[in-house]
Design a protein around this ligand. Structure first.
Ligand code: DGL
Length: 273
Protein backbone atom coordinates (compact mmCIF):
# COMPACT_ATOMS: atom_id res chain seq x y z
CA UNK A 1 0.00 0.00 0.00
CA UNK A 2 1.61 3.30 -1.10
CA UNK A 3 2.57 5.52 1.83
CA UNK A 4 1.58 8.56 -0.24
CA UNK A 5 -1.98 7.29 -0.68
CA UNK A 6 -2.27 6.59 3.03
CA UNK A 7 -1.07 10.04 3.96
CA UNK A 8 -3.80 11.48 1.71
CA UNK A 9 -6.26 9.46 3.79
CA UNK A 10 -7.27 6.96 1.13
CA UNK A 11 -9.22 4.09 2.71
CA UNK A 12 -7.36 0.81 2.49
CA UNK A 13 -9.00 -2.17 0.79
CA UNK A 14 -8.58 -5.14 3.09
CA UNK A 15 -9.14 -8.68 1.82
CA UNK A 16 -10.31 -11.25 4.36
CA UNK A 17 -10.21 -14.94 3.52
CA UNK A 18 -11.79 -17.89 5.28
CA UNK A 19 -13.08 -21.36 4.43
CA UNK A 20 -16.60 -20.13 5.17
CA UNK A 21 -18.50 -17.88 7.56
CA UNK A 22 -16.22 -18.43 10.59
CA UNK A 23 -13.78 -15.73 9.49
CA UNK A 24 -16.55 -13.21 10.09
CA UNK A 25 -15.50 -13.34 13.77
CA UNK A 26 -12.13 -11.97 12.63
CA UNK A 27 -13.87 -9.39 10.43
CA UNK A 28 -16.01 -8.36 13.42
CA UNK A 29 -12.86 -7.67 15.47
CA UNK A 30 -11.29 -5.86 12.51
CA UNK A 31 -14.34 -3.60 12.14
CA UNK A 32 -13.71 -2.46 15.71
CA UNK A 33 -9.95 -2.05 15.34
CA UNK A 34 -10.01 -0.55 11.81
CA UNK A 35 -13.48 0.84 11.15
CA UNK A 36 -12.45 3.14 8.34
CA UNK A 37 -11.65 0.69 5.57
CA UNK A 38 -13.22 -1.14 2.65
CA UNK A 39 -13.46 -4.85 3.32
CA UNK A 40 -13.74 -7.62 0.75
CA UNK A 41 -14.55 -10.95 2.40
CA UNK A 42 -14.23 -14.27 0.60
CA UNK A 43 -15.77 -17.39 2.19
CA UNK A 44 -15.06 -20.67 0.39
CA UNK A 45 -18.31 -22.22 1.61
CA UNK A 46 -18.55 -24.75 -1.24
CA UNK A 47 -15.25 -26.36 -0.22
CA UNK A 48 -15.39 -26.20 3.59
CA UNK A 49 -14.45 -27.61 6.00
CA UNK A 50 -10.73 -27.03 5.56
CA UNK A 51 -10.02 -28.40 9.04
CA UNK A 52 -10.10 -32.04 7.94
CA UNK A 53 -8.24 -31.57 4.62
CA UNK A 54 -4.62 -32.12 3.58
CA UNK A 55 -1.91 -29.48 3.31
CA UNK A 56 -1.83 -29.68 -0.51
CA UNK A 57 -5.60 -29.21 -0.86
CA UNK A 58 -5.80 -26.33 1.61
CA UNK A 59 -2.77 -24.61 0.01
CA UNK A 60 -4.33 -24.89 -3.48
CA UNK A 61 -7.65 -23.43 -2.28
CA UNK A 62 -5.93 -20.68 -0.30
CA UNK A 63 -3.79 -19.58 -3.25
CA UNK A 64 -6.90 -19.40 -5.45
CA UNK A 65 -8.63 -17.28 -2.81
CA UNK A 66 -5.58 -15.02 -2.53
CA UNK A 67 -5.58 -14.37 -6.27
CA UNK A 68 -9.33 -13.74 -6.25
CA UNK A 69 -9.05 -11.16 -3.45
CA UNK A 70 -6.19 -9.41 -5.22
CA UNK A 71 -8.37 -9.18 -8.35
CA UNK A 72 -10.95 -7.45 -6.12
CA UNK A 73 -8.34 -4.82 -5.28
CA UNK A 74 -7.20 -6.05 -1.84
CA UNK A 75 -4.09 -4.19 -0.71
CA UNK A 76 -3.58 -6.27 2.42
CA UNK A 77 -4.72 -9.84 2.94
CA UNK A 78 -5.88 -11.25 6.24
CA UNK A 79 -5.99 -15.03 6.40
CA UNK A 80 -8.77 -15.34 8.97
CA UNK A 81 -8.87 -19.14 8.70
CA UNK A 82 -6.62 -20.74 11.32
CA UNK A 83 -6.36 -23.92 9.25
CA UNK A 84 -5.31 -22.08 6.08
CA UNK A 85 -2.81 -20.00 8.06
CA UNK A 86 -1.39 -23.01 9.88
CA UNK A 87 -1.06 -25.18 6.77
CA UNK A 88 -0.40 -22.77 3.94
CA UNK A 89 0.88 -19.35 5.02
CA UNK A 90 4.24 -19.70 3.18
CA UNK A 91 2.45 -20.76 -0.05
CA UNK A 92 -0.02 -17.87 0.30
CA UNK A 93 2.79 -15.36 0.90
CA UNK A 94 4.65 -16.67 -2.11
CA UNK A 95 1.58 -16.33 -4.35
CA UNK A 96 0.53 -12.91 -3.04
CA UNK A 97 1.67 -9.57 -4.41
CA UNK A 98 0.40 -7.70 -1.32
CA UNK A 99 1.27 -8.08 2.40
CA UNK A 100 -0.34 -11.02 4.19
CA UNK A 101 -1.30 -11.38 7.86
CA UNK A 102 -2.30 -14.77 9.25
CA UNK A 103 -3.97 -15.50 12.57
CA UNK A 104 -1.38 -17.80 14.16
CA UNK A 105 1.48 -15.37 14.85
CA UNK A 106 -0.71 -12.64 16.45
CA UNK A 107 -2.51 -15.26 18.56
CA UNK A 108 0.76 -16.84 19.70
CA UNK A 109 2.29 -13.45 20.46
CA UNK A 110 -0.63 -12.45 22.68
CA UNK A 111 -0.68 -15.84 24.40
CA UNK A 112 3.06 -15.67 25.15
CA UNK A 113 2.58 -12.21 26.67
CA UNK A 114 -0.36 -13.39 28.79
CA UNK A 115 1.24 -16.60 30.11
CA UNK A 116 3.19 -16.32 33.35
CA UNK A 117 3.61 -20.10 33.63
CA UNK A 118 4.88 -20.26 30.03
CA UNK A 119 2.46 -23.10 29.40
CA UNK A 120 -0.45 -22.67 27.02
CA UNK A 121 -3.30 -24.84 25.72
CA UNK A 122 -4.35 -24.28 22.09
CA UNK A 123 -7.69 -25.49 20.69
CA UNK A 124 -8.09 -25.89 16.92
CA UNK A 125 -9.20 -28.10 14.06
CA UNK A 126 -7.55 -31.45 13.41
CA UNK A 127 -5.45 -29.99 10.58
CA UNK A 128 -4.32 -26.96 12.61
CA UNK A 129 -3.28 -29.18 15.49
CA UNK A 130 -1.52 -31.69 13.21
CA UNK A 131 0.50 -28.86 11.63
CA UNK A 132 1.85 -27.77 15.05
CA UNK A 133 1.97 -24.20 13.72
CA UNK A 134 0.84 -22.78 17.09
CA UNK A 135 3.31 -24.96 19.03
CA UNK A 136 6.17 -23.75 16.81
CA UNK A 137 5.13 -20.10 17.14
CA UNK A 138 4.83 -20.44 20.93
CA UNK A 139 8.04 -22.41 21.39
CA UNK A 140 9.87 -19.68 19.46
CA UNK A 141 8.67 -17.36 22.24
CA UNK A 142 9.81 -19.68 25.05
CA UNK A 143 6.33 -21.08 25.75
CA UNK A 144 5.33 -24.75 25.88
CA UNK A 145 2.10 -25.61 24.06
CA UNK A 146 -0.37 -28.46 24.28
CA UNK A 147 -2.58 -28.50 21.20
CA UNK A 148 -6.00 -30.12 21.29
CA UNK A 149 -8.16 -30.88 18.25
CA UNK A 150 -11.84 -30.12 18.87
CA UNK A 151 -13.55 -31.31 15.67
CA UNK A 152 -17.06 -31.27 17.15
CA UNK A 153 -17.01 -27.54 17.92
CA UNK A 154 -17.36 -26.29 14.32
CA UNK A 155 -20.61 -28.20 13.56
CA UNK A 156 -22.02 -27.38 17.02
CA UNK A 157 -21.40 -23.65 16.52
CA UNK A 158 -22.86 -23.74 13.01
CA UNK A 159 -25.93 -25.46 14.50
CA UNK A 160 -26.24 -22.46 16.82
CA UNK A 161 -25.68 -24.61 19.92
CA UNK A 162 -23.31 -22.15 21.57
CA UNK A 163 -24.92 -22.48 25.02
CA UNK A 164 -26.38 -25.97 24.59
CA UNK A 165 -25.90 -28.65 27.29
CA UNK A 166 -24.45 -31.00 24.66
CA UNK A 167 -21.82 -28.41 23.71
CA UNK A 168 -21.03 -27.86 27.38
CA UNK A 169 -20.50 -31.56 27.90
CA UNK A 170 -18.26 -31.76 24.81
CA UNK A 171 -16.27 -28.73 26.03
CA UNK A 172 -15.85 -30.30 29.47
CA UNK A 173 -14.39 -33.44 27.90
CA UNK A 174 -12.08 -31.56 25.52
CA UNK A 175 -10.76 -29.25 28.23
CA UNK A 176 -10.30 -32.07 30.72
CA UNK A 177 -8.19 -33.88 28.12
CA UNK A 178 -6.31 -30.70 27.21
CA UNK A 179 -5.43 -29.51 30.73
CA UNK A 180 -3.69 -32.81 31.55
CA UNK A 181 -0.37 -34.62 31.30
CA UNK A 182 1.75 -31.87 32.77
CA UNK A 183 -0.46 -29.01 31.51
CA UNK A 184 -2.81 -28.89 34.53
CA UNK A 185 -1.31 -25.50 35.47
CA UNK A 186 -1.29 -23.99 31.95
CA UNK A 187 -2.62 -20.46 32.38
CA UNK A 188 -3.70 -19.46 28.86
CA UNK A 189 -6.26 -21.00 26.48
CA UNK A 190 -5.90 -19.98 22.82
CA UNK A 191 -9.00 -20.07 20.64
CA UNK A 192 -7.24 -21.25 17.47
CA UNK A 193 -10.25 -21.54 15.17
CA UNK A 194 -12.59 -18.99 13.63
CA UNK A 195 -15.67 -20.54 15.21
CA UNK A 196 -14.52 -20.61 18.82
CA UNK A 197 -15.08 -16.92 19.72
CA UNK A 198 -18.81 -17.76 19.71
CA UNK A 199 -18.09 -20.34 22.43
CA UNK A 200 -16.13 -17.89 24.56
CA UNK A 201 -18.77 -17.46 27.32
CA UNK A 202 -19.22 -21.23 27.56
CA UNK A 203 -15.47 -21.94 27.51
CA UNK A 204 -14.97 -19.24 30.14
CA UNK A 205 -17.29 -21.09 32.48
CA UNK A 206 -15.79 -24.51 31.73
CA UNK A 207 -12.06 -23.61 31.74
CA UNK A 208 -10.20 -23.52 35.08
CA UNK A 209 -10.75 -20.06 36.65
CA UNK A 210 -7.03 -19.13 36.62
CA UNK A 211 -6.90 -19.47 32.82
CA UNK A 212 -6.89 -16.39 30.53
CA UNK A 213 -8.59 -16.81 27.16
CA UNK A 214 -6.79 -15.46 24.09
CA UNK A 215 -8.91 -15.00 21.00
CA UNK A 216 -6.73 -15.06 17.88
CA UNK A 217 -9.41 -13.06 16.02
CA UNK A 218 -8.89 -10.09 18.38
CA UNK A 219 -5.08 -10.41 18.31
CA UNK A 220 -5.13 -10.45 14.50
CA UNK A 221 -7.31 -7.34 14.31
CA UNK A 222 -4.79 -5.55 16.55
CA UNK A 223 -1.95 -6.72 14.27
CA UNK A 224 -3.79 -5.33 11.24
CA UNK A 225 -4.34 -1.98 12.96
CA UNK A 226 -0.64 -1.84 13.90
CA UNK A 227 0.40 -2.70 10.33
CA UNK A 228 -1.76 0.09 8.89
CA UNK A 229 -0.36 2.54 11.43
CA UNK A 230 -1.90 5.85 12.49
CA UNK A 231 -4.32 7.11 9.85
CA UNK A 232 -6.39 10.27 9.68
CA UNK A 233 -9.90 9.87 11.12
CA UNK A 234 -12.40 9.15 8.37
CA UNK A 235 -16.12 8.55 8.24
CA UNK A 236 -15.79 5.54 10.58
CA UNK A 237 -18.08 3.56 8.29
CA UNK A 238 -16.61 0.46 6.76
CA UNK A 239 -17.43 -0.68 3.25
CA UNK A 240 -18.39 -4.36 3.21
CA UNK A 241 -18.52 -6.71 0.25
CA UNK A 242 -19.00 -10.46 0.62
CA UNK A 243 -18.24 -13.30 -1.78
CA UNK A 244 -19.17 -16.94 -1.19
CA UNK A 245 -18.67 -20.07 -3.29
CA UNK A 246 -21.90 -21.74 -2.09
CA UNK A 247 -25.45 -20.49 -1.39
CA UNK A 248 -25.57 -16.74 -0.76
CA UNK A 249 -28.75 -17.19 1.26
CA UNK A 250 -27.06 -19.62 3.64
CA UNK A 251 -24.04 -17.32 3.93
CA UNK A 252 -26.34 -14.41 4.84
CA UNK A 253 -28.28 -16.45 7.39
CA UNK A 254 -25.33 -18.14 9.14
CA UNK A 255 -22.97 -15.23 8.66
CA UNK A 256 -25.23 -12.76 10.45
CA UNK A 257 -24.66 -14.72 13.67
CA UNK A 258 -20.88 -14.77 13.23
CA UNK A 259 -20.58 -11.10 12.28
CA UNK A 260 -23.13 -9.91 14.83
CA UNK A 261 -24.85 -7.65 12.30
CA UNK A 262 -27.07 -8.20 9.26
CA UNK A 263 -25.26 -9.18 6.08
CA UNK A 264 -26.34 -7.85 2.70
CA UNK A 265 -24.61 -7.86 -0.69
CA UNK A 266 -23.37 -11.43 -0.88
CA UNK A 267 -22.15 -12.32 -4.36
CA UNK A 268 -21.82 -15.90 -5.53
CA UNK A 269 -18.50 -16.75 -7.12
CA UNK A 270 -17.20 -19.91 -8.76
CA UNK A 271 -13.41 -19.88 -8.81
CA UNK A 272 -13.29 -22.45 -11.64
CA UNK A 273 -15.07 -20.08 -14.03
N1 DGL B 1 -12.06 -21.66 9.44
C1 DGL B 1 -11.57 -22.89 10.01
C2 DGL B 1 -10.46 -22.57 11.02
O1 DGL B 1 -10.36 -21.47 11.55
C3 DGL B 1 -12.68 -23.70 10.67
C4 DGL B 1 -13.70 -24.26 9.71
C5 DGL B 1 -13.12 -25.25 8.72
O2 DGL B 1 -12.65 -26.33 9.15
O3 DGL B 1 -13.15 -24.96 7.52
O4 DGL B 1 -9.65 -23.42 11.30
Amino acid sequence: MAAKEQSRGKRPILGVFDSGVGGLTVLQSMLQAVPDADYVYFGDTARLPYGSKSVDTVAKYAVEATQFLERQGAELLVIACNTATALALPQIEQAARVPVIGVVEPGAERAAEASHKKQVVVLGTEATVASHAYARALEARGVQAREKACPLFVPLVEEGWVEHPVTRQVAEIYLREAFAEGFEQADVLVLGCTHYPLLKPLLRSVAPPHVAIVDSAESTAQAVAAKLGARPAGSGHAGLKFFATDSVEKFRRLGTRFLGRPIKNVIHVDLRE
